[in-house]
Write a protein that binds this ligand. Structure first.
Ligand SMILES: Cc1cc2nc3c(=O)[nH]c(=O)nc-3n(C[C@H](O)[C@H](O)[C@H](O)COP(=O)(O)OP(=O)(O)OC[C@H]3O[C@@H](n4cnc5c(N)ncnc54)[C@H](O)[C@@H]3O)c2cc1C
Length: 471
């Protein structure tokens, strides 16, 4: 096992008596390739010469997530199941409450060890801790979502990107290693396994019971589709990323966030491919301070480094925040200066006030805001630049900041395919509660929270093109 792989693994429960198999409880990282949790589980099983199975627990409801999100996930899991079958690794789908269902499987299969993938969010952390407390075997969690494992890069909540960036820089090299492929498992699983296809009726019933959101995402689900999307982006859009990414009508972003959210692709794969391109040009990674919108064309290298800044620094900063701060869906998660300024401006008169359904139906007075909301409800993805504006305006047009936060979390998690993610909770808190930001000039309602307005959109790009696209 390489040193980098060892550092991705944390022990949750000590080994006990010898077990009969190894289980990997897949959750956030729904892929076979570049999955260090699966790799670590297989290494354990090979060392002990015992079978290995992947277990996935399907909940009947997850927060505000919609039917379309469950359908996207199940499509991806079918591919995972088929790919694992080729490797002689069975895939077990459990349906229902996590603790009960997983304890049952652990009791029944008597594993030597259970491996989990890592999420900084409260519910998977609580589940893993609870299972570890009553564990009859070794348990491990493996961070295969971040390039540098969250507990390795920092042991505390970071102030902002500028404090995390140098820490990432110091550790990055060690983790940018090509993961070993999963091999065909030589030890057969002893009993029958209920396949996803055999649970089709049950999964359809679950889908029917979950509220749809009506979005029509224009991406296909699955690990293969995710890789295709990555290579298509590199081929056709990467060079212009630095110029186009902040223009909502240019569609210059990678559109990989849903794949990253469901773990159908790893950010490590993304980084390895981009770094390979840099090395070919005789350059290497530089995690940049967000480059300003350039006037003239900038090179491929700036695009790559700009993208890596988002995909490594900003993304891993979100995991850092949620891991060390349980208040990621609460204004209490904000810094003291931000809480103070939000409180001081609670009673400020709001020029416009909307309720949840007016926001949801894009019935505000602002054509840019409505366009952003329509893009979200049509496609399941709002352009990244507009997400900041969208969130800030909800703060401006609701009676209380807590109400704004509730509306934003609900809209983002229910409509965005990439929602329910640390990036979403941190993006919202950045927008309305100054998380990872600094105090700005004081003004009505916002206090010292950074402000954005329609004039600013007009200065940056032709906002009317975007408004027409989503009118
Ligand atoms: C209010 C608000 C809500 C957001 N909600 C989500 C969400 O639910 N899920 C989500 O993944 N991102 C969210 N973001 C962050 C960001 O807007 C999206 O990650 C990005 O727009 C996704 O599109 P892309 O993959 O085409 O991005 P690209 O520009 O192609 O970036 C590539 C990857 O880098 C990461 N990234 C880019 N920008 C950021 C950022 N600001 N913070 C953290 N990581 C970033 C993402 O993983 C992204 O997929 C939110 C931001 C804000 C301001």
């Amino acid at each position: 096992m390489s040193d980098a792989l060892k550092l991705r693994i944390r022990q949750l429960a000590k080994p006990q008596k010898e077990g009969k198999c190894v289980l990997y409880v897949m959750s956030r990282d729904q892929r076979v390739n570049d999955n260090h949790a699966l790799l670590a589980a297989q290494k354990h099983a090979l060392a002990k010469k015992i079978p290995l199975a992947v277990v996935f627990c399907l909940y009947e409801k997850v927060g505000y997530r919609a039917r379309e999100h469950f359908a996207f996930m199940l499509d991806g899991l079918r591919e995972v199941e088929a790919d694992l079958a080729e490797l002689n690794i069975p895939f077990m789908l459990l349906i229902g409450e996590g603790y009960e269902r997983l304890s049952g499987v652990i009791h029944h299969t008597a594993p030597d060890a259970v491996y989990f993938d890592f999420s900084p969010l409260i519910s998977p952390q609580t589940l893993q801790k609870k299972l570890a407390q009553s564990a009859l075997c070794a348990m491990y969690v493996v961070d295969t979502h971040n390039i540098v494992p969250v507990w390795q890069v920092s042991d505390k909540q970071e102030v902002a990107a500028y404090t995390l960036r140098p820490k990432l820089h110091r550790s990055l090299e060690a983790y940018l290693e090509e993961p070993e492929p999963i091999q065909k498992h030589p030890y057969n699983w002893p009993g029958p396994i209920i396949s996803l296809a055999r649970l089709q009726d049950k999964t359809e019933k679950i889908l029917e019971s979950i509220n749809p959101n009506g979005t029509k995402p224009n991406i296909e689900s699955g690990e293969k589709a995710a890789r295709d999307a990555l290579y298509a982006f590199i081929k056709t859009k990467l060079e212009r990323y630095i110029e186009d990414r902040n223009n909502p009508s240019a569609s210059g972003q990678s559109d990989l966030s849903a794949y990253l959210h469901f773990g159908q692709i790893s950010s490590l794969r993304f980084a390895l491919e981009l770094r390979g391109l840099l090395l070919k040009q005789g350059d290497d990674l530089h995690l940049l301070e967000s480059p300003k919108m350039p006037q003239a064309t900038r090179g491929l290298n700036d695009s790559i480094n700009g993208l890596l800044e988002e995909m490594i620094v900003r993304k891993e900063l979100s995991d850092n925040f949620c891991y060390y701060n349980n208040n990621y869906k609460d204004l209490d998660g904000a810094a003291e200066w931000a809480k103070k300024t939000i409180d001081e401006h609670r009673a400020d008169v709001r020029e416009f006030l909307y309720d949840f359904s007016e926001f949801e139906l894009a019935k505000t007075h602002d054509p840019a805001w409505n366009a952003a909301q329509r893009q979200l409800t049509a496609t399941g993805k709002m352009h990244g630049y507009m997400r900041m504006y969208w969130a800030k305006k909800v703060l401006e047009w609701t009676a209380k900041p807590e109400e704004a936060l509730g509306i934003l979390v609900k809209l983002n998690d229910h409509y965005s395919l990439d929602g329910g993610d640390p990036n979403g909770y941190v993006g919202i808190l950045w927008s309305i509660a100054g998380v990872h930001d600094k105090p700005w000039t004081e003004r009505k309602v916002f206090g010292k929270i950074r402000y954005m307005n329609y004039e600013g959109l007009k200065r940056k790009f032709d906002i009317q093109v975007y408004e027409k696209q989503w009118s």
